[in-house]
Ligand binder design. Structure first.
Ligand SMILES: Cc1ncc(COP(=O)(O)O)c(C=O)c1O
Length: 458
């Protein structure tokens, strides 16, 4: 059975391994830790002693405990696969202790609601908190327009199958795009049209033609830190999308799944460009918190509310009250903001490191290009290298990558894209993994005869 001591030890250990407490840094005092983890001084002493025996920390008389030097740390980090494929947070980066406390508190505070069914739009008290949270992204809405969903995936599934006030039937999606949306559309036999999105953006003339065709119910877009490209639309592009949506009465489903990772406070969503009447603004709580909570929220135009309420109710009556309670307590206590900030710092460090590793380790090549802007994903575009073979070779060397085949519509011309995720990597993984990728790209080059002409996007 996992004891409280095990959980505390795992928490501190993962903070060290993930670089949240850096080599040489002094660990919080035993008293502070016992307050933080609400346990006895002896429990913390015992945890510190065990971490010391594992050579992760050392004690200095009268000064406290310190993290060992980086070089000493490396061999101690569990030898595992290098995971560039994950789309879910690293369990060790999630504040499990805090969430457990919120869960206990939610059992107490929401006892009455747990024993009954609640509003299909979500707990009113949580929606009020989310209204405030959305304001940080310049989305000024009200709890009447807000829906809590059992994950962004549920919202996408329901929107895909629902009639819209514009009376149009087809759905336009970026290519490539989030695979879960494509499978929701396929499962519901929707007519889907693809429009290419590259690191440079989309073809505006083609987009306008589609909007003009008078058949598009909504355009599904991931404007920020696109999955899988990793890129974002500029402010001008978002403004243009907002204008076109209004002009042609096309709705936009704006999947802002990584809004919490934005470091530039001037980057606002499409919603904020004066088109609240045509944008469904959607946020997932899976990427900085836990996918297991199954929580997302959206603000929707007034005209959509009654039908969406009905669809949501027929799907699951309501989202789990316990999960909603945990999120509400987490936001209200300030822990959400604090944790989101930590994740922003952590993921940004990793993205910077990835950018550095790509620049220094991958040679300039005509046979691939790589884009890594921010968020959690970067994409390698292989021009004439066999993707499957490369993925297999990398897997046999302990490096896992995600092929983006599933991120294209079956009838759309596929690009040879590999998605790199930094969510479950460490500094060490990134350097080592990019080194191995560089070697395998070199191997692929030697196998082929074509002469390279250099170019690279970074
Ligand atoms: C772009 C995008 N949207 C939505 C989702 C689904 O999120 P949720 O876990 O909230 O259902 C994902 C999951 O990876 C995603 O990448």
């Amino acid at each position: 059975m996992t004891t409280k001591k095990d959980i505390i030890k795992q928490d501190i250990r993962s903070n060290i391994v993930n670089g949240l407490i850096i080599p040489g840094q002094r660990l919080p005092s035993i008293r502070k830790q016992s307050e933080k983890y609400e346990c006895s001084l002896n429990t913390i002493i015992s945890v510190y002693q065990e971490l010391e025996r594992e050579f992760l920390i050392y004690s200095r008389p009268k000064s406290g405990y310190f993290v060992v030097a980086k070089e000493a740390l490396l061999p101690l980090i569990d030898k595992k696969r290098i995971d560039f494929s994950a789309a879910a947070p690293d369990p060790t980066s999630v504040p499990q202790m805090n969430l457990r406390q919120c869960l206990n508190k939610a059992m107490e505070l929401f006892e009455a609601s747990i024993f009954t069914y609640t509003d299909p739009q979500g707990l009113l008290s949580l929606r009020q908190e989310i209204v405030r949270l959305f304001q940080q992204q310049q989305v000024f809405t009200s709890e009447q327009h807000l829906f809590v969903f059992s994950g962004a995936q549920q919202a996408l599934h329901l929107l895909a199958g629902m009639a819209f006030p514009n009376g149009k039937a087809n759905i336009l999606v970026e290519q490539p795009t989030y695979w879960g949306m494509l499978s929701a559309l396929k499962a519901q036999n929707q007519t889907v049209i693809g429009i290419e999105r590259t690191p440079e953006g989309i073809d505006w003339a083609a987009l306008e033609r589609h909007f003009q065709s008078n058949t598009i119910k909504f355009f599904y877009t991931i404007p920020r830190f696109h999955n899988p490209l990793g890129t974002s639309y500029t402010a001008e592009e978002k403004q243009r999308l907002a204008e076109l949506a209004k002009a042609y009465d096309v709705y936009i489903v704006e999947d802002d799944y990584l809004a919490d990772l934005e470091t530039n406070t001037k980057e606002d969503p499409i919603w904020s460009y004066g088109c609240a009447s045509h944008v469904i603004y959607l946020r997932s709580f899976s990427k900085v918190m836990l996918p297991g909570l199954r929580l997302a929220a959206a603000t929707v135009p007034h005209a959509l509310i009654p039908l969406l309420r009905l669809h949501k109710q027929t799907a699951d009556l309501s989202t789990s009250v316990l999960s909603q309670g945990v999120l509400e307590i987490y936001i209200k206590s300030g822990m959400y903001d604090h944790h989101a900030k930590q994740m922003r710092v952590l993921y940004n460090q990793r993205m910077n490191q990835l950018r550095g590793a790509v620049r220094s380790l991958l040679p300039l090549e005509s046979r691939y290009s790589i884009e890594c802007s921010g968020g959690v994903f970067a994409a390698i575009h292989l021009l004439d290298i066999n993707t499957r073979e490369l993925i297999q070779r990398l897997a046999s060397r302990g490096v896992d990558l995600f092929s983006t085949e599933e991120q294209f519509l079956s009838h759309f011309p596929k690009k040879n894209l590999l998605r790199l995720s930094i969510m479950r990597t460490s500094e060490h993984d990134i350097e080592e993994g990019i080194g191995i990728i560089a070697e395998e790209l070199e191997h692929a080059k030697q196998q082929a005869n074509s002469a390279p002409t250099p170019f690279i996007w970074v």
